[in-house]
Design a protein around this ligand. Structure first.
Ligand code: FEO
Length: 166
């Protein structure tokens, strides 16, 4: 069993992960509509990863006796000025998720929810990686600016992403 505080906090994080998944999906659809199919593929894979993160936490609650509550997912932003803006929003989202995972870890500590602390170790490591990859992509956009050839090359490069092995 988990405490009511932990239950509330984990359910909130399940929602945050699903919000991330939905946002990446909207970004992917936007890129597809602009014919940047490589960016679209990368973002679609990312959306699936965020869904998996939500399922990891959902399974955690089920294994600890239940209490899953699925909150509403707001409509994501669907319009972006540029491909660069898409990934700037992605980076900001990852930074925000990192803060939320940190806060959840703090709650787990206070509530002496040791099994949740162990579960969250994976998320802490994953956020370091996810923030880094978004930051690297944004840095490349800043370098290439409006160079069409470089932008198409980046689209090709990100389109080579395959699903990560967990
Ligand atoms: Fe599951 Fe990228 O946060």
């Amino acid at each position: 069993m988990v405490t009511a505080v932990v239950l509330e906090a984990v359910n909130e994080q399940i929602n945050n992960e699903l919000v991330s998944s939905y946002t990446y999906l909207a970004m992917s659809a936007h890129c597809s509509a602009q014919n940047f199919h490589g960016f679209a593929k990368w973002l679609r894979i990312q959306s699936a990863e965020e869904y998996d993160h939500a399922m990891k936490l959902l399974d955690f609650l089920i294994n600890r006796g239940g209490g899953v509550r699925l909150n509403a997912i707001p409509e994501p932003k669907v319009k972006f000025k540029s491909m660069q803006e898409v990934f700037e929003v992605a980076l900001k989202q990852e930074q925000d998720v990192s803060k939320r995972i940190d806060a959840l870890y703090e709650t787990a500590q206070k509530e002496k929810a040791f099994s949740l602390m162990v579960e969250l170790q994976w998320f802490l490591t994953e956020q370091v990686e996810e923030e880094k990859q978004s930051r690297d992509i944004v840095a490349k956009f800043q370098l290439i600016k409006n160079d069409a050839v470089a932008l198409l090359e980046m689209d090709r490069e990100l389109g080579s992403r395959g699903p990560e092995k967990k």
